[in-house]
Design a protein. Structure first.
Lengths: 277, 290
C-alpha cells in the first residue's frame, strides 16, 4: 500500500538527489565538454570554457591521426567481445550441467570456480608474463583474449547458472520425453528461454573485459594495446593535452556507459555472484 | 530425474571449464611458489640457484614493504568506509519517491563504467592539477592558495579517485537490497510510533546487513588489486607514499625484473587475499542452495 507523498517532499528529494547525482556525473560531463574545445580553450578557467569559447571536433580528428586511435579501439572490441563469447562457449555446457543435472559435488565445484576469482592477479603476474614471453603471446590480442576469458569465466558460469536455475526443469524433461536429444534440448528449448539471462551475462562481461586494466597494461605494448593501455600512455607528461585526452577518454568510455546503463539490474546479480538479487 | 547417460554427459560438459580453470589456477600458482625460492633476475642471465627463504626475507624487511602494507590497509579501509557509508546514505535517498528517478540513477551509476586509466588521468589533470585543474581554479578565484593534491595528500587523492568509481557500485547493490524490504513492515513500525532513526537501526540496517557484508567483501577483493589508478597518477610516489602491495610487486617484477622477489611478494599477496576470500566464500556459500 503506497503512501501518498506530498509534491513538496518529492521536489525536495529530487533536488537533493539530483544535485548529488550531478556532482558524481560531473567529471564525465566535463570531459565531454572539453573534448569539443581547442587545446588553448581547454585549459582556461571553467567559466571561460563554458561561456566564452567556441566548439570544435578537431581533437577527435587529431587523436585518430596522431595515434591510430581506432586500432586500439578495435583491439578493445576484439578482446572484450572475443573473450566473452569464448567464455560463453565453455560456460554454457558447464552451467547447464550444474543447473539441470546437479550432483552432490555441484556446490563445491561452483564455490571452487568462484575461488579462482579471488586469486590476486599480481600473485601470478610473473609466471604469466614469462609464459607469454616464451610463447610469443606477449602483446598479442589472442593472449589477452585468453587471459580475460579465464579471469571472467567464473563470473560467466555463475551468472548463467543462476539464470538457468530459474528455468523450470519440468519443461526440459517434457522435451526429453518427447524424444528431444540433448543437443536439441539445449538449442530449441533451453536457449530461447535463457536468452535474456545470456544477454545480460554477455553485456556485463564485455563491460568487465573492456575496463580491465591490470593485465591489459602489463601484457601489451604498441601492438595489441586496448584503450585502457592506450589511455595510460597519456600519463607521460609531454605537455598536457586536455582536449585530446578528453576526446580519447570520451570515445573510450562512451560505448561502455551506454551498455552499462542497460545492464544496471543484472550488474548487481553478476557482481555479487547471486548473493544480492 | 536424471538418467545415467545424462549424468555422464553432464560430466563431459563441465570438464572443459573445470580443466581450464584448474590449469589457470595451478600452473601459474606453482610457478610463483617455485620462483619465489630462486635467485632469478631477468637482467642477470645464467644460473638461477635455490636460495630458500632469502627472497621472502628481503621482501619483508624492505622498508617499502612495510610502507606498502600500511598504504594498502589505509587505502582499502578508507575506500571501504567512504563507499559503504556513502552508499547507504545514497541508497536511502534514491529509494525515496522523487521525479526523474531514471535519469538521476543513471548519473549516479555512470562513474562505475569509467575505465581506471581514464578516471585516474581525468581527476589528476582536470581537477587536482593546481594550475589548470578545476579545484585549483576555484581556490584561486576565491583568493586562496591552490592545493597540490598529489604532492601534499597523495594517498588521500588516490582514495578519493577510487571511491568515485566504487561508490556507485555500493549504492546500486544497497539500493537493490533496500527495495526488497517489505514496506508494510516499515509502515507498521511507523504506526506503532517508531521514529525514522529507530526504523533505520532496527529494520533497515538489519535488512541491509547481508548486502553490506557482500559489498565490503567484494570491494576488498577488487581494491587489493587497485593498480592502474596509481600507475597513471603517482607511480607509487612521492617516495613510497602511494605504493601499495600490488604496486610494489609490479615494480619488483616488471620494472626491476626481479622474478624471485616479485614471486615472493606474489605469494604474500595471495595469502593476504585468501584470508578475505574465505569470509566471502562463506557468505556466498550460505546463500547457495545447490
Amino acid at each position: 500500500m503506497a503512501r501518498a507523498v506530498s509534491t513538496r517532499r518529492k521536489t525536495l528529494n529530487t533536488a537533493l538527489a539530483g544535485t548529488l547525482g550531478f556532482l558524481m556525473f560531473f567529471p564525465i560531463l566535463w570531459i565531454l565538454i572539453l573534448s569539443f574545445k581547442t587545446e588553448e580553450d581547454a585549459i582556461r578557467a571553467p567559466l571561460e570554457v563554458l561561456f566564452n569559447s567556441g566548439w570544435t571536433t578537431e581533437s577527435f580528428a587529431t587523436v585518430q591521426a596522431r595515434s591510430d586511435y581506432f586500432k586500439h579501439f578495435s583491439n578493445s572490441v576484439i578482446i572484450s567481445v572475443g573473450s566473452t563469447f569464448l567464455g560463453l562457449l565453455i560456460a554454457i555446457p558447464a552451467a547447464w550441467s550444474m543447473a539441470f543435472v546437479p550432483s552432490k559435488h555441484t556446490k563445491n565445484v561452483l564455490m571452487w570456480m568462484l575461488s579462482t576469482k579471488m586469486l590476486p592477479p599480481v600473485g601470478v603476474l610473473v609466471p604469466i608474463y614469462l609464459l607469454f614471453r616464451d610463447t610469443g603471446l606477449l602483446d598479442s590480442r589472442l593472449g589477452l583474449t585468453l587471459v580475460l576469458m579465464l579471469i571472467n569465466l567464473p563470473i560467466i558460469i555463475w551468472m548463467l547458472y543462476t539464470y538457468f536455475k530459474e528455468i523450470p526443469g519440468e519443461i526440459l524433461e517434457a522435451a526429453r520425453m518427447d524424444g528431444a536429444t540433448l543437443r536439441e534440448e539445449i538449442i530449441y528449448v533451453l536457449t530461447p528461454m535463457a536468452i535474456p539471462g545470456m544477454a545480460s551475462t554477455v553485456l556485463l562481461n564485455i563491460i568487465l573485459a573492456w575496463n580491465e586494466a591490470f593485465w591489459t597494461i602489463n601484457l601489451t605494448a604498441a601492438n595489441a594495446a586496448p584503450l585502457t593501455a592506450f589511455i595510460a600512455s597519456y600519463s607521460s607528461p609531454e605537455g598536457l593535452f586536455y582536449a585530446k585526452l578528453s576526446a580519447a577518454s570520451i570515445m573510450a568510455i562512451a560505448p561502455i556507459l551506454i551498455m552499462g546503463w542497460f545492464s544496471q539490474k543484472q550488474l548487481v546479480r553478476g557482481l555479487t555472484f547471486g548473493a544480492v538479487k | 530425474m536424471s538418467t545415467k547417460a545424462s549424468r555422464s554427459a553432464a560430466r563431459l560438459m563441465i570438464s572443459p571449464a573445470v580443466l581450464l580453470l584448474l590449469g589457470w589456477m595451478l600452473v601459474p600458482l606453482l610457478m610463483t611458489v617455485y620462483f619465489s625460492f630462486l635467485r632469478y633476475n631477468l637482467l642477470s642471465p645464467g644460473a638461477t640457484p635455490f636460495v630458500g627463504w632469502e627472497n621472502y626475507y628481503w621482501f619483508v624487511t624492505d622498508p617499502s614493504f612495510q610502507a606498502a602494507v600500511v598504504n594498502t590497509l589505509v587505502m582499502v579501509g578508507g575506500i571501504l568506509a567512504i563507499t559503504t557509508i556513502g552508499g547507504i546514505a545514497l541508497a536511502l535517498l534514491l529509494d525515496r519517491p522523487m521525479f526523474g528517478t531514471g535519469i538521476i540513477r543513471i548519473m549516479v551509476i555512470a562513474p562505475f563504467f569509467v575505465m581506471p586509466t581514464v578516471s585516474g588521468l581525468v581527476w589528476k589533470n582536470m581537477f587536482f592539477n593546481p594550475v589548470n585543474g578545476i579545484f585549483g581554479n576555484i581556490a584561486t578565484s576565491l583568493g586562496l592558495q591552490p592545493i597540490d593534491f598529489f604532492g601534499q595528500y597523495p594517498l588521500a587523492s588516490i582514495i578519493f579517485i577510487v571511491s568515485w568509481t566504487w561508490l556507485p557500485f555500493a549504492t546500486l547493490i544497497l539500493l537493490t537490497a533496500l527495495q526488497s524490504l517489505d514496506q508494510e513492515q516499515l509502515e507498521a513500525a511507523e504506526m506503532d510510533g517508531a521514529g525514522w532513526w529507530s526504523r533505520f537501526f532496527y529494520i533497515m540496517l538489519p535488512h541491509l546487513a547481508r548486502a553490506i557484508t557482500v559489498v565490503i567483501l567484494i570491494q576488498t577483493i577488487f581494491l587489493l588489486s587497485v593498480f592502474a589508478e596509481i600507475l597513471v597518477t603517482t607511480n607509487g610516489g612521492p617516495g613510497t607514499s602511494t605504493t601499495t602491495l600490488t604496486y610494489l610487486i609490479y615494480v619488483s617484477s616488471l620494472l626491476q625484473f626481479d622474478v624471485g622477489m616479485g614471486s615472493a611478494g606474489g605469494v604474500i599477496a595471495i595469502i593476504l587475499a585468501n584470508i578475505v576470500a574465505i569470509f566471502l566464500m562463506r557468505m556466498i556459500g550460505k546463500n547457495l542452495d545447490a
